[in-house]
Design a protein around this ligand. Structure first.
Ligand code: ZN
Length: 292
């Protein structure tokens, strides 16, 4: 019993230290409710139950019936491991200001709060919803998928650890999902960020650029979000050396800025479950094209 009580005390302390107890002066970005994914679609009416591979072989045949249904191995991303980083965290407090190494000899705050739409839809909530839509799509194509944070109501890893999981798993790719917050007049559209100072070296930077181009192609042809009008001079590609998430990756890694949350049209798209599903398919197609 003592062990159980000790565990209970430890849990209580842990909650007190890491829960939502923040000083009133702490700026906190509240967790905006994640816009519900499209409701679980009921089977189309009249859709008959799919018969499985027939186990009722005629009694005359003793040999087992070979499985004719597609196996997991036949799926396009079978054997692939993809790590998705839903940018930022469900909460932000002053603790996120602590400096951590961000690669390229720099240091940076543990994390930033992210942006939001003018209506208050928080970037972290969008990132979380988009990441989960993508995870669902990739898993349906056979990939092993891991996310860098477990939920959208607590703290996730600092930027120096966002690539650690991909490095550890020797992932085929790390895709960090964000949305931008530019107040420049008329600024809209998506862009893809690649690091020019990755710990993986120039070969990994080259691979990351190749993935970025595949993702750009898929996003611009399969979704209503256009290329960025304000980053990349029409290329929708942005090469940077200040982002820990990318700098510290030993694996192919890109950061997607999926749109500008401060632009009304982009905000409406990002807030739409339909767009997120389309975007998830596009990103999965881009990954498939890159890995193919
Ligand atoms: Zn962001």
């Amino acid at each position: 019993m003592r062990g159980v009580r000790g565990a209970a005390v430890a849990i209580a302390l842990s909650v007190a230290l890491t829960g939502c107890q923040v000083a009133a002066s702490d700026p906190v970005v509240p967790s905006a409710p994640v816009v519900a994914e499209s409701p679980a679609s009921a089977s189309p009416s009249g859709s008959p139950a799919t018969p499985g591979p027939s186990a009722s072989a005629t009694s005359a045949t003793a040999a087992p019936t070979p499985t004719m249904s597609p196996t997991q191995d036949a799926l396009p991303l079978a054997g692939r491991t993809i790590v998705i980083d839903p940018g930022h965290n469900g909460v932000w407090t002053k603790r996120e200001l602590r400096k951590v190494p961000s690669g390229n000899g720099r240091s940076k705050e543990c994390n930033s709060s992210g942006t939001a739409t003018n209506a208050g839809y928080a970037e972290h909530a969008y990132n979380w919803a988009q990441a989960n839509a993508l995870a669902k799509e990739l898993r349906a194509r056979g990939a092993t998928v891991r996310l860098t944070r477990p939920n959208d109501h607590g703290e996730g890893p600092c930027v120096n650890l966002r690539s650690a999981l991909a490095n550890e798993l020797k992932a085929d790719a790390l895709v960090s999902i964000h949305a931008d917050g530019s107040f420049a007049s008329g600024a809209r559209g998506f862009h893809v960020i690649v690091s020019t100072t990755m710990v993986g070296g120039s070969a990994v930077e080259k691979e990351s650029t190749a993935l970025a181009k595949r993702l750009r192609r898929a996003l611009e042809t399969e979704t209503a979000m256009p290329r960025s009008t304000y980053i990349g001079g029409g290329t929708a590609l942005s090469f940077r050396n200040d982002l820990g998430t990318l700098n510290l990756s030993k694996r192919t890694a890109v950061m997607l800025e999926m749109g500008n949350m401060r632009h009304a049209t982009d905000a409406a798209l990002l807030g739409s479950a339909k767009f997120r599903t389309q975007a998830a398919r596009a990103i999965a197609d881009g990954l498939e094209a890159y890995l193919g």
